[in-house]
Design a protein around this ligand. Structure first.
Ligand code: GRF
Length: 209
């Protein structure tokens, strides 16, 4: 009798890795039936790599190539090869600051998730918490979505609202959004790993976080 293979996560990040840590804690607590197959960063000294190594997960730096906001063709091929070799089922972007394109998204179509610090489609792009504050909205939040060829445009899987307070600074608002992210992202990944969340086109997903 064969034991079903675990659902394998490939996690990409460029920063301190607080979302990764929340996911790793949820895995350790048995809340996500999955295994971390590989953690990859485009930044050699990113906190996410140290956090992964400290937990005993395979972790690698792969140089991003010659562009600032995306991987060059060769780098994208290296990222894809590493994740394929690790037999990844789901690619989890956890603060990965480069746009993914072409072959990478074709190979992992519908299997790349991201968390964005606003209620999309409001405030895509960089520093979304600052965009929300500058605009003057009273509620913002975070969004887990599938990654497509656009920037923060893929089908939405789940959202969590966060109030904006009158005395918020970009830092206090960002911190409040990150608290919500650290709850929502592991819950959505758990639902995906359990096969509870099936995505067939925009708007077809159902998840109560
Ligand atoms: C998060 O705020 C997330 O919304 C954005 O990048 C940030 C990553 O933070 N995509 P961390 O590296 O997980 O701490």
């Amino acid at each position: 009798m064969s034991v079903p293979a675990p659902f394998r996560l490939g996690i990409l990040g460029s920063g301190k890795g607080s979302n990764f840590v929340a996911i790793a804690d949820a895995l350790a607590a048995g809340q996500i039936p999955a295994a971390v197959a590989l953690v990859v960063s485009d930044v050699p000294d990113a906190g996410i790599l140290a956090a992964a190594q400290a937990r005993g997960f395979p972790a690698r730096h792969i140089p991003p190539g010659r562009f600032r906001t995306k991987l060059d063709e060769e780098a994208e091929a290296s990222f894809l090869a590493a994740l394929q070799e690790a037999q990844v089922d789901l690619v989890v972007l956890a603060g990965f600051m480069r746009i993914l394109k072409g072959d990478f998204l074709r190979h992992f179509e519908g299997r790349v998730v991201n968390i964005h610090p606003s209620l999309l489609p409001s405030f895509p792009g960089l520093a979304a918490w600052k965009q929300a504050l500058d605009y003057g909205v009273k509620v913002t939040g975070c969004t887990v979505h599938l990654v497509d060829q656009g920037i923060d445009t893929g089908p939405i899987l789940a959202q969590r609202a966060v109030p904006v307070r009158d005395d918020d600074t970009p830092a206090t608002l960002h911190e409040r959004i990150q608290v919500a992210e650290r709850e929502l992202y592991p819950a959505v990944i758990g639902a995906l790993a359990r096969g509870e969340l099936r995505v067939r086109g925009r708007g077809a997903a159902g998840f109560q976080g």
